[in-house]
Design a protein around this ligand. Structure first.
Ligand SMILES: NC(=O)c1ccc[n+]([C@@H]2O[C@H](COP(=O)([O-])OP(=O)(O)OC[C@H]3O[C@@H](n4cnc5c(N)ncnc54)[C@H](OP(=O)(O)O)[C@@H]3O)[C@@H](O)[C@H]2O)c1
Length: 340
């Protein structure tokens, strides 16, 4: 095994953060850790936000929460994992299950204070790992920790989604397409919104029940009400923020649930929540998920043989181009970086 690992780090210069590639020493695991040779990593919208956030001190941090790889060494106290196991780490290494503790926020991989996955070798706490489902490649598994766990947590752990219910997902990025795949596999009827008719055609080919172009139909809430014969949508993954919130509240069904997830149009949502009262509807705040959520997601993916949608894969050296591709919003699904 090599003694050095190539990695990208965030470097602060000129009032901005940049990606810079450096070698660093590979250290051996402590008793409760394992050392992973990362096969692939993937990007989330959060990684663009992290790069833009110059107020927090992240100089030197290895970015990206999402990766999957093969165990190459295990600490003396680890019995659950062995060399050769394929694993990925939970977004919050310290949230095993049960109620969320905000203490976990600082430990979030690749954006809090803990190094992330854009590195050939990663040391991880054994308790933070989940096994990669057998039917998935490492590249596919690398797309799961943030976007897929979030969609799972929103729809199944908190939303208790039932077959036949309606779901609306906003856009065709990572969280939205996982929402589409998971809900469709469970027998729900999914409405997808997008700025692109071509992307909507792809969503229909994946099983979307109905689609709405939110550029040509800005009143997509009225369109969703029409599609559901005035009933409204049972579950909405609210990904947009200020520009979408009041339309989500308008489109939600009586007794429905809005999963508060995204900030695609900014952080300063000022929704008028009064209509929720007259619909007995709820908003659930969702922050990724626990190791247990991730394990249950993986079980579901394996049962339904679901493969994540990979839009494009970039070579490790081209990681900055992968960020640019995500920023362009040209993608459909997930953007992956190959570290194999
Ligand atoms: N709370 C959590 O735990 C959590 C976890 C994961 C992600 N998030 C948040 O969820 C959001 C989505 O993340 P992601 O990684 O899935 O993003 P992503 O893959 O980068 O998806 C971006 C897509 O969102 C769509 N979009 C942009 N503006 C929109 C609007 N006004 N209305 C509807 N769709 C719009 C576009 O789809 P089209 O090109 O099809 O129009 C765009 O391609 C982000 O805000 C992210 O920070 C939160």
């Amino acid at each position: 095994m090599t003694s050095t690992s190539r990695a990208f780090h965030l470097a602060a210069s000129g009032g901005a953060l940049h990606l810079t590639q450096r070698n660093r020493d590979v250290t051996q695991p402590t008793p409760q850790q394992v050392l992973i040779r990362i096969g692939a990593a993937s990007l989330n919208y959060r990684d663009l936000l992290t790069l833009q956030d110059t107020a927090s001190n992240r100089d030197g941090l290895i970015p990206l929460s999402d990766g999957a790889g093969t165990v190459v060494a295990v600490g003396s106290g680890v019995s659950r994992w062995k060399v050769g196991d394929r694993v990925s780490a939970n977004f919050f290494p310290t949230w095993q299950g049960g109620p969320f503790s905000p203490v976990a926020l600082a430990t979030a991989l690749g954006g809090g204070q803990t190094d992330g996955m854009l590195s050939e070798y990663v040391l991880a706490d054994a308790a933070s790992l989940v096994a990669v489902p057998e039917h998935l490649s490492l590249a596919e598994a690398a797309t799961l920790p943030c976007a897929a766990v979030t969609a799972w947590h929103a729809l199944f752990e908190r939303g208790h989604l039932q077959p036949g219910e309606t779901v609306l997902v906003q856009g065709t990025g990572g969280v939205a397409l996982f929402g589409l795949q998971l809900a469709t596999a469970h027998g729900a009827k999914v409405i997808v919104t997008s700025s692109s008719d071509a992307k909507l055609a792809r969503a229909r080919a994946m099983g979307a029940w109905k689609t709405i172009n939110y550029k040509t139909q800005p009143a997509w809430d009225a369109a969703a009400l029409d599609l559901t014969e005035g009933q409204g949508v049972d579950h909405i993954l609210e990904l947009g923020g200020p520009d979408t919130y009041n339309r989500s509240i308008s489109a939600i069904a009586p007794g429905g649930r809005i999963a508060q997830i995204g900030v695609l149009t900014g952080f300063a949502s000022q929704p008028n929540i009064l209509p929720l009262q007259f619909k007995n509807a709820s908003i659930d705040g969702i922050c990724v998920g626990s190791v247990q959520h991730f394990e249950r997601l993986n079980q579901f993916l394996a049962t339904h043989r679901i493969h994540p949608v990979i839009d494009k894969t970039f070579a490790f050296d081209d990681a900055p181009a992968a960020y640019e591709h995500l920023k362009s919003a040209a993608h459909f699904g997930k953007v992956v970086i190959d570290l194999s």
